[in-house]
Design a protein around this ligand. Structure first.
Ligand SMILES: Cc1cc2nc3c(=O)[nH]c(=O)nc-3n(C[C@H](O)[C@H](O)[C@H](O)COP(=O)(O)OP(=O)(O)OC[C@H]3O[C@@H](n4cnc5c(N)ncnc54)[C@H](O)[C@@H]3O)c2cc1C
Length: 382
């Protein structure tokens, strides 16, 4: 057992940290205010080849593993959580689905463009009436000769208005419940594909959460991802990777909050001494540092399991649930340590709290994480 990152992982993490500190973090506040999509950050990440970090070299990627990907997500989130979400959905949900379930032809067609960043990826499962209960989705796909016709509406889709390739879930057989759901690779240019409203959000303001309308959308038969009826499995398998990414994202946000809080506590003088001298502040910082370390260990273990091709639904759910709740709690602590200044836009900690909140919600709420974890615990323990 080795708790030190190996050479390759460490150099990937360092390169990400360097890019984030030079380019990505300095843009984060302005992007939060403007709500503009982080295109420049996407170009910088593409420049390092990081959109294809975990894509095998034969498909144009760097061939690194899931642990490397999670480390990079944490580093990006430490600087700009909106960019981390855009990146995480692209890699852990869209490219991952194609990597795991695509035919060789599909991989050759879509992965090189996704790996280079020429096309952004998205993953469209949620609908207005189907969130936690994703199996109740209403979008239908009807086979007509050599193509499927997709009709329905998706909502809250990250990169939904900016992606070139979107993995979309729809019912192909109403009589079979979740076994009647299928996955498709849809290009933004397919007839009948239309992005709708982009949501005005509390946090992660530079990421986009968009509606998608599928109005008789024509999808070639060869773009079915996996077998017909395998869509729910595609979604749940990819979400395992996605939840590791969300846990890494939450860890990165909390790390940024800890650094801001500790730095401020050393500079802020009250009662003739830096507030870092008060035990109340020291104890908050101790709890933050400990919980961040625990989160990091949880997501890194889940990522390591994923990299060994082990199922890790429980470990990914634990990592996501723990990391997201601790990020919300400790971003609030970071504001507390800043006092009234922490509530002001001028300081970054208020953004960290707004950005952290949604990590408890997307890619499965923390209540759903508890359903997954308890379900497995009940099966494992006799
Ligand atoms: C910023 C953002 C980005 C997103 N990006 C994407 C994306 O890229 N692709 C995509 O497909 N989706 C995306 N989503 C959707 C997201 O995954 C859903 O919002 C999430 O799964 C919850 O669904 P819901 O919002 O419908 O809430 P609901 O499912 O309506 O949940 C409401 C409340 O009820 C609770 N609840 C529901 N069922 C149970 C249960 N069985 N037991 C206990 N409690 C329960 C929930 O935990 C929650 O507290 C995004 C959402 C946001 C906010």
């Amino acid at each position: 057992m080795d708790f030190v990152l190996g050479g390759e992982h460490e150099s990937i993490r360092r390169a990400a940290r360097d890019l984030v500190e030079r380019q990505i973090e300095p843009r984060a506040s302005a992007l939060d205010i403007s709500g503009e999509f982080p295109w420049e950050n996407a170009r910088d990440l593409a420049g390092l080849g990081y959109f294809g970090l975990h894509v095998p070299e034969e498909y144009g990627g760097l061939g690194a593993d899931s642990l490397a990907l999670a480390l990079v997500i944490e580093e990006i989130a430490r600087g700009c959580a909106s960019t981390a979400l855009m990146y995480e959905v692209h890699c852990s949900l869209c490219s991952e689905s194609i990597l795991k379930f695509g035919t060789d032809e599909q991989k050759r067609k879509y992965l090189p463009a996704l790996a280079s960043g020429e096309a952004l990826g998205a993953f469209a499962l949620t609908e207005p009436g189907a969130g936690s209960d994703a199996g109740s989705l209403q979008t239908v796909a009807t086979l007509k000769g050599d193509h499927y016709v997709l009709d329905g509406r998706k909502c809250f889709i990250t990169n939904g208005n900016t992606a070139g390739a979107i993995v979309i879930f729809a019912i192909t057989d109403k009589t079979k419940g979740v076994k009647g759901i299928s996955a498709f690779i849809v290009e933004k240019g397919f007839p009948g594909f239309k992005p709708g409203r982009v949501e005005d959000k509390m946090g992660l303001r530079a990421s986009s959460a968009a509606e998608i309308f599928l109005d008789g959308c024509i999808v070639p038969r060869e773009n079915l991802l996996g077998e017909e009826g395998e869509g729910f499995k595609v979604a749940m398998t990819s979400l395992e990777a996605g939840r590791i990414g969300v846990a890494a994202q939450a860890t990165g946000i909390a790390q940024a909050a800890l650094e801001a809080a500790a730095g401020y506590a050393k500079r802020r003088v009250q009662f003739n001494q830096p507030i870092s001298g008060f035990q109340a502040i020291q104890f908050m910082l101790a709890d933050m540092a400990t919980d961040i370390e625990a989160s990091r260990n949880l997501y890194q273990k889940a990522a390591w399991m994923h990299a060994q091709s082990m199922r890790c639904a429980k470990e990914a759910a634990m990592a996501k649930m723990f990391a997201s709740s601790m990020a919300v709690r400790h971003c609030a602590d970071a504001i507390q340590i800043h006092g009234g200044y922490g509530y002001m836009r001028e300081f970054k900690v208020e953004r960290y709290l707004r950005d952290a909140k949604v990590t408890e919600i997307y890619e499965g709420t923390n209540e759903i994480m508890k359903v997954i974890i308890s379900g497995q615990a009940l099966r494992e323990i006799s």
